[in-house]
Design a protein around this ligand. Sequence first.
Ligand code: PEP
Ligand code: MG
Length: 943
Amino acid sequence: MKPQKYVYSFQEGDGSNHHLFGGKGAGLCEMTKIGLPVPPGFVITTEACLHYYDSKQRISETLKRQVNEGIKTLEVATGRKFGGSKHPLLISVRSGAAVSMPGMMDTILNLGLSSKTIEALIAETKNERFAWDAYRRFLMLFGKIALKVPGELFDHLLEEVKSEAGVSQDVALSVPSLKTLCDRMVETIEAHTHQSFDEDPWNQLFLAISAVFDSWMGKRAVDYRKQFNITRDMANGTAVNIVTMVFGNMGETSATGVAFTRDPATGEDRLFGEYLTNAQGEDVVAGIRTPKPIDALAVEMPKTYQELQKVRHTLERHYKEVQDFEFTIERGKLYILQTRNGKLNARASVKSSIDMQKEGLITKKEALLRVTPEHLTQLMHPHIDPKHRPDPLASGIPASPGAASGKIVLDPDLAEELKKDSDEALILVREETKPEDIHGFFASEGILTLRGGKTSHAAVVARGMGKPCVVGCEALKIDLDTRKIAFDQRQFREGDWLTIDGSTGEVYAGKVPTIEPQIDEDLNNLLTWADEIRTLGIRANVDTPEAAQKALTLGAEGIGLCRTERMFNAPDRLSIVQEMILADTNEKRHEAIQRLLPFQRKDFKEILKTMEGKPVTVRLLDPPLHEFLPDPESLILEVENLKDFASTLRGLEELPGIIRMLDPSLHEYLPPIEGVLKELEEIKKRREDEAYLEKKEELLKKVRGLSEVNPMLGHRGIRLGITYPEIYEMQIQALLEASAELLEEGCDVRPEIMVPQVCTAQELKWVHRMVEKIHKEVEGRFGISVPLHFGTMIEVVRACMRAGRLAEVADFFSFGTNDLTQATFSFSREDAENKFLPLYNERKILQDNPFEVLDQKGVGRLMMITIEWGRRTKPDLTIGICGEHGGHPASIEFCHNIGLTYVSCSVNRLPIARLAAAHAKIREVRGKLPEGLDSDYPFVIYF
Ligand code: PEP
Ligand code: MG
């Protein structure tokens, strides 16, 4: 049997197979094929990595043989010899999985360099310093990664030798210093490994390959995959790329850099990037030296700059997507070492997608799919209010947009620790960040660093996470001993507040006010395309005319949920609502309700008017009544205090006598005290305190009477409507009168009445009769016909089971998936999120929080049954969703697939919902089960 093929040269590899070759490997193969200057090399596949893990982390003989052949081919292609004493072949050993995980896995450079081959390199390059510098870099990386010597030991040696030589920059180290450094590194390696240092390049190569494979399961990589939900289907194992070394540190005609084919912060169509002359790749990425903007290369090396421009166009024409690529210039010759789809911030993603469509590179659908709902979430991030923008403390390089405020925290471990105990916002402040700091990023709202450029690790990771980040803030000083930082004269302690603006690079003291972002022309264009494509309706959950106005500007096609209780809670209504609840006779209750009517009518009128021509779904009162009353604890306290009033008064009566006795000089204070005492006496005489006490005791009794053990499952929604019909009658009347008045004024209104918490068809019929009666009465009184839709929320499992009967009465259903999730799981929605859900997620008992991400397998199935049965009774039944899930992208896709008419979500999620609905339409595959559902599901799926 032919042994499995694990090694592919860059000419052989399939550039579209990211799973097998990893992103980096596939890119190198593809770039080789389209004629870009890639140094010769080969890829060891991810299958070899999986095989390595299956074989107890040992490299098989088959792989060894194929690697040997690969190296031989490289020797032929380059005219060099691996381990040779003339023209030695030096290679890099680079990780690369199917999904980009920047900085999470390991890479070793300059392998093949040893105390034996270095002389040949010196002879060839006539640059002794360069050769020793390359060797010390190799020892550092190989020692740390392949031989697991703690990296700090090497950092420490480097600092030690620099200080002995009296220099502060690595580049200033002389040849003797570098030699000393290499000797000490070898000693350190030997001391740590208890072995003499093995200089055989083949042994080193296989150790390096193993180390890269090992880094796939390293803590950093595992944490990163967990955080970003990178599943095995997305990336399984890392490939290893063996690439002939090219050097950006061979003097002033050499350089290394990272570039984007368009500006990753704005989307502008121009070459964007940074480079360092006389440096090696990791110097740019690690942010150790602050690089120069790419435009400077046009002056420094104009010919190469033009070549880079050509590369930019070739890459974009080929990939039709913004590319993020690495290059090295070795003594004037340009090499491309990597390309991948650029991680763009939201604005750039929108602009470049729109521009590329206009340039004819991509279609509208492709442009839409380029922009993720997460991007829009980023765009909806707040930025600093220009009216309150204070003078900045300092500024750095704006690396990831958006503004964030938080308490200063100086190390990632502490950030993680603090986040466990509180929800406090944090800003991680570091000299530079390294891949192992990733947990600190997760815990912080924003990141500020002293060093680094836009492509440094901190910048790339923060952009990926959509967290504001400022790098290269050189005015920043950090003192880890005293846990203080300073910007010139201003000092701050760890724990003080700081604000950063990742769009401008500015840093401010304290917590600076921020404002909501605006939708610009590009985004507006994109959302208009989304609207052209999507078939799912988009409505908003809105309770006020102001919010309705905002919803309209953000593209809402109606209101899917107007929660009327929020109107009851307004200060001018609450006291009337309380009177209504506390009324001990029907007359009193009726009287209070009649006072509420005009308020309610005015609210509805304003909202209906704002939404002219669009449906407005008004939900009748839902929450239990006790929510409108004071809580029993504070009432008990008040009652206790009132009861203590008499004894307090007695104590006060004696106060003047005591003051006279203890300190007669205080006599001037006596008259006001005596005045107050007299007033209090009067109150007592008039028995006002007792009357007040009685009132409070009565209220307490009522509150206690209304209190329930499980209020969310208790006297709320339709149950309340049936026991206190006057409330629903008033709301129905208010809505219909508001509609009739507007119709008289010539305004096109589309009111809808929705009943919450329904579980039987009889309940719904009961309210329906009430609605019909009032509807007729109002139409008669106004002499006008008022269009009205009547529907029910679906929030109760029994309602799902009785959907067929409910549809006999309802014109529409709206899934209240907040309650339906609670009811399906029997998880209290008030408590689950603070109690056990995080642990359930951590232990993977539940993949997501079901109150955030629709549980398609459970709640989703109930929805499908409901749709099926509801539409059997009424084929044109309108069905929407108004729970929180209506604004969640994956849930929206599911809603589209199961045939919902619309989703209704909170106002600021409207753009996300419009885009997600378009994505769902583009991705829809007719006749296929929605992703994530078990295939045993027997019901029909609507499209
Ligand atoms: C729901 O239950 O999904 C819903 C929208 O209603 P509320 O959140 O007000 O209970
Ligand atoms: Mg509900």
